[in-house]
Design a protein around this ligand. Sequence first.
Ligand code: SF4
Ligand code: SF4
Length: 742
Amino acid sequence: MKNFSGLFPARLVRLLLTFQFFLVAFLGPALAQVTPPVVEKFIAQIPPGALEIGATSYGPLDGQIPVVPVLRDAELLGYAFITSDFVGTTGYSGKPIHVLVVIGLDAKLLRAELVEHSEPIVLIGIPERKIKALTAGYSGLDIVAEAGAGGSGHDLDIISGATVTIMIIDDSIVRSSIKVARALGLGGLAPDSGDGGPARTLNMDDLEKSDWLSLSGNGAVRRLTLDVGQINAAFAATGDARAIDRPEPGDPGEVFIDLQTALVSVPGVGLSLLGEAEYNNLGDWLEEGEQAILVMGRGRYSFKGSGYVRGGVFDRIQLIQGDISVRFRDRQQRRLGGLAAEGAPTFSELDLFKIPSGAGFDPTRPWRLQLLAQRAVGAIEKRYLTFDLEYELPERYLAPLKAAPGGATLVQAAEDAAARAELWKRIWRDNKVEIGILVVMLAILSGVFFFQVQATKNARAFYWFRIGFLVVTLVFIGWGQNAQLSIVNLMALGTSLINGFNWDTFLLDPLVFILWISVAVALLFWGRGAFCGWLCPFGALQELLNQIARFFKVPQWRLPWGLHERLWPIKYIIFLGLLGLSLVSIPLAEQFAEVEPFKTSIILKFARSWPYVLYASVLLGIGLFVERFFCRYLCPLGAALAVPGRMRMFDWLKRYKECGDPCQICASDCFVQAIHPTGEINPNECLSCLNCQVLYQDRLRCPVIILKQKKRDKLARSTEQSSAALDRVIGNKTQEKGKKNV
Ligand code: SF4
Ligand code: SF4
C-alpha cells in the first residue's frame, strides 16, 4: 500500500501534538490543585429545613473532623458531612462526586443527597433525578451493620448506563459514613484505635534479618501458651458441670497449645522468619493492599482443627482489630515447610494466612488473634472458650507518615486506594462472562486481521461473517453492555492526566477499559479501522441500516471526490474544537460532545427527548444513502483515532501496481471512499472492512487476476496445442517407421 501523505492531516498531527504538549506540560501542574474540604460550601447552600428531617439549624464545624452538627432547636439530631471530605470520590469524569450525608446518633443515615458531580453519563441524558432518588434511598442505612459486614450489608441498585457512577456513590457513602461513625463513636462503634496517635506506615526499607531470639524479644513474634492445668481451670471457671466433668487428661504442666504469630508481610519480619525465597513467594501470592500473618502452633491442641477441611473455613482462629474481624478460608491459607530464623523451635503447625485488602485491616495498629478452645460436653454438643493473643508491630518496623495535602494522611490515601482497588476488582469479578465474550470477539478479530488473505478468500462467507460480527458489536457491546467508546472518554483521560492519573477510575468499567487497551494496540498495527470498522456500535448500526436500505434498493449517493475530500476534514475540526473547549470547561465540552449521537442511539436506545432523537435519526437517515456518513465527515472520535493511527507500524492491505492506474474497481467499491482515484488507500479514512482484500483475490471481478488467469489459460492452451502437435509428429513418425518395416 502506498503511503498517503495529504498536507492537511500532517498539519493536524503537528497541531494536535502541540496541543497535547501544552495540555500536559503547562496546564497540568497549574491545575493539579488539591480539592479543599467542601462541607462548609454545601452547608451554606442547603438550609437545614431542606434536609427534611425536622432540623432547624446547624452547629459550628467540628474542630477535629469535617462534620457539622445538625440541630432541632437545642437537640442534636446528628452530623452532616460531604463524602469527598473523607474518602476518594473521583467519578468517571475524573472529578469528585459530592454527596451530603446526615448521620444520626445511632449511626443510621438520616439523609443522603447528591449535591454536585460532573459525571458525563448523567449530563448526557440519564435523568439526574434517577441518580438523586437512588442516592436518597440510602436514608435509613444502618452503618453499624455495614461496619460489621465490611460495607456490603446492603443491596446495590444499579441504573443501566451509570454503573460506574452508582458504584462510586455507593462506595463513598458507606465508607465515609463508617469513618464518621467510628470517629464520633456513633451507634456504639469504637473510634479508630489510631486516632490521636501519630500516623504510621510500614517500614519497607528495613530488610535486616533477625534471629528467633531477637524476634521474640522485640515483639515481632508474639506468643500465647496454655497448659493443661490452665485450660482445665478456664473451663472449671465457666461453672458448666458437663465441661468440668470432662477435663483434659494428663499432667497439668503439659503444653495444651503454644500459639505464636507474626505479621510476615513486613519485610524485616517476613525475611527473618521465611527466608528470602519463601518471602518472595509470599510477595507473589499477595496482591496490592493485602497483608499476611504467620501462625505457628504446637502442643496437643491444633489451631486449625479439621473443620476447614469440610467447610473451607478455619473456625478455631480469627483476627480481630477494632470493629473488624477476619475469618480465614482455605484459599487464604498456605502451609509453610519450616522457619528460616536462626534458633527457631520446631512447630507442628506452620501456616500463612492472607488478609484481604478490603478487610479494613491496618497493619500498623494493634490486633489480636483469637483462639477458640472447644470441649465436647455431649454426643454432639461442645462448649467453647476464647483466648486472645495480642499483637502489636514493634516500633522498628514502623515509619512515620507525613501529612498529605488537604489535611488527609497517607494512611487515608492508602485506605482509599485499597478500597478503590477492591471496588474495581469486584466489578471485574461480577462481569466475568461479559469480559470473556469481549475477549473472544477481540481474539477472533485479531485472527481475521492476521490471516486476512485466508479470511477474505470466500467473498460470500466473509460478507456474512462481517454482518454477524457487526450485529454482535451493536447488540452485545452497544445496547447490551453500553460499552460505546466516546470522545468523552478521551476528555476524561485528559482531565485525569491533569489532576493525577489514576488507573482505578478507568478499571471501574471493564469492557470500556479492555476496548480502549485493544484500540491502543490495534492503532499500532492497523490504524483506526480495527475499532471503527468492527467494534464501534454506532458504526455497526449505520452499516447494518445501510445494508438493509441496499436490500430494499434505496439508491446510494457517491459524493464527487473533490467534495468528499473537502468534507472529511470537518471531523478533525470538530475534534480540535472539543479539545480546545475541554481546556476551558470540561462540562461545556461534554455538552458539545453531544455531536456524537452515541448516547441517544446506543446508551439510551433512543429513550430521550425528541431533539436528540431527531438528530440521531437524521444522521442515520442520511447514512441510508451515503454509507457511514457520520463516520466519514463528523465523528470526532474517528478523527482522534485517525491521528495516532497514522503512526501504525505496517501497511497490511495488499495492492497491485495496477490499482488506481488504470483499475478503479476497489476505489469505486470502497464503502467510505477511502481509496484515492490514484489508487492509494488513505489510512485516516480506511475502516478496515477488508472489502478491497476480498476484491484483491476475486477471480471474477479483479482485472489483474482475470488477466493473470487469462495468461495462465493461454499458456495452458498453447502448451496443450504444442503437446498435441508434438504427439501428432511423434505419431506420424511412428507410422512412417511402421510402413518402412513393412
Ligand atoms: S467514525 Fe465514529 S461512529 Fe464511525 S465507527 Fe469510528 S468511532 Fe464509530
Ligand atoms: S475497502 Fe476501503 S475501507 Fe475497506 S479496507 Fe479497503 S480501503 Fe479500507
